[in-house]
Write a protein that binds this ligand. Structure first.
Ligand SMILES: *Cc1c(COP(=O)(O)O)cnc(C)c1O
Length: 402
């Protein structure tokens, strides 16, 4: 897709760069394996960005968007409005929420785990144990390790959901519980059954305290715009914080995300007074990108709720379509409820590469698997072409096996 640019020709003057651009122009329409929306909502953003000369300013969002004076040398005033727009979509009340625009979904998980651990220590004086399913995104395990938290990996069922009985078995009720729920496990797209898992936690009133963080990097983008929006409701699902990526469903062209928590969590963090910023800094990073909040704010205005509802519906329809086409072709494939991630028998390495399919292995599904994440750039035609190639190659393989 060509953009009106400042260069008369597409050429940068550097052959290596031009070649790189050509490769990605051809590849992105077949980018099936990773959850990135390749239909940019930011076309006119960059026109404004250059026209206004924002590219010549060096702004920085260091600090707290909810306590800083607006219009400092930052875009925090817009960052705050973005959080105020999204918080109600996850059922946080206006008088009981705090948040920021993060560097990524992982950065949101980092804040969730860090805020959770601080909150629990602050409430109980005890160090928590972190519980997370073995199918959750690896960033959660990595971050628990980084934060030196004792971690228990809880077994999940074949479709990838944390097993409530396994959580109960793993629980150490003498220590606070910091539970990370997967709302969209990475490979199978499973949503942990939060009500059932919460029921396990509430069967143990002897637990000194509980904190639940939801990793909704991908699903947290579209679910609020579907009839299943209660799956990401902090009140219905009973969680304290949530992380969502900005570059997945929302199509922002470089990594960023949302982190939102309750005010109670924010108010129960350890103090780090930073005199030179004249602030009590809760967030982990000092400098934060000032452009991502502007892009997020732009897409809230330019895309907005109605269009996101349409896109979410379309993604769900196309996911069902893909699954149905694979079923019809007799190609082994599976999909979780509410998920846009279809996992299937892994095709030939050539096809996996052509469509940039993420791969995994699970003997319960016959060995090697690949998955497709249905996003805004998908069409029925692209799915038909994909399924045709997949089944043709599958037939060749099964004939060769005979
Ligand atoms: C993508 C993803 C992440 C990582 O988010 P980044 O924005 O890439 O850091 C974490 N958890 C889940 C469930 C994801 O889908």
């Amino acid at each position: 897709m060509k953009q009106e640019g400042i260069f008369k020709e597409d050429s940068s003057g550097y052959p290596k760069l031009d070649e790189w651009v050509t490769i990605w122009r051809e590849t992105l329409p077949k980018y099936f394996g990773y959850p990135f929306n390749e239909v940019s909502p930011l076309r006119d953003f960059y026109q404004w960005y250059y026209a206004a000369g924002i590219n010549l300013m060096n702004l920085n969002n260091a600090g707290d968007p909810f306590t800083d004076t607006p219009w400092e040398v930052s875009s925090q005033v817009f960052e705050r409005e973005v959080i105020e727009f999204f918080a109600p979509l996850y059922d946080f009340d206006d008088d009981n929420r705090w948040g920021l625009i993060t560097h990524s979904g992982s950065d949101g998980n980092n804040h969730g785990i860090y805020f959770g651990a601080n909150y629990l220590k602050h409430k109980t004086g005890l160090s928590p144990i972190l519980y997370v399913s073995d199918e959750a995104h690896y960033s959660n395990m990595r971050l628990a390790h980084l934060q030196n938290l004792e971690t228990r990996l809880v077994k999940s069922d074949t479709m990838g959901r944390m097993i409530p009985e396994e959580l109960e078995k793993a629980l150490d009720t003498s220590r606070p519980a910091l539970v990370v729920y997967a709302c969209g496990s990475t490979f199978k797209g499973a949503i942990d059954d939060m009500p059932a898992l919460n029921a396990v936690l509430s069967r143990h009133p002897e637990l000194p305290a509980v904190y639940r963080h939801v990793d909704a990097a991908l699903f947290g983008g579209y679910l609020p715009f579907t009839e299943h929006r209660l799956l990401v409701s902090s009140k219905k699902m009973g969680f304290e914080s949530i992380a969502v990526s900005g570059h997945k469903f929302f199509g922002i062209d470089s990594p960023c995300g949302l982190f939102i928590c309750t005010r109670e969590v924010y108010d129960n963090q350890s103090d780090f007074d930073v005199p030179y910023l004249n602030k009590n800094m809760r967030m982990i990073n000092c400098s934060r990108d000032p452009i991502q909040p502007l892009k997020f704010w732009w897409v809230v205005q330019k895309v907005g709720t109605e269009e996101w509802r349409r896109q979410a519906r379309r993604i769900m329809e196309l996911t069902a379509y893909l699954k149905q086409q694979l079923d019809q072709a007799g190609y082994p494939a599976w999909v979780n409820e509410y998920s846009n991630t279809v996992f299937m028998r892994c095709p030939s390495p050539e096809l996996a590469h052509k469509y940039q399919l993420a791969q995994n292995e699970d003997p319960r599904f016959g060995g090697k698997l690949a998955h497709v994440v249905v996003m805004q750039h998908f069409t029925e035609q692209a799915i038909d072409a994909f399924v045709a190639e997949l089944t043709a190659s599958f037939q060749r393989e099964t004939e060769a096996d005979r």
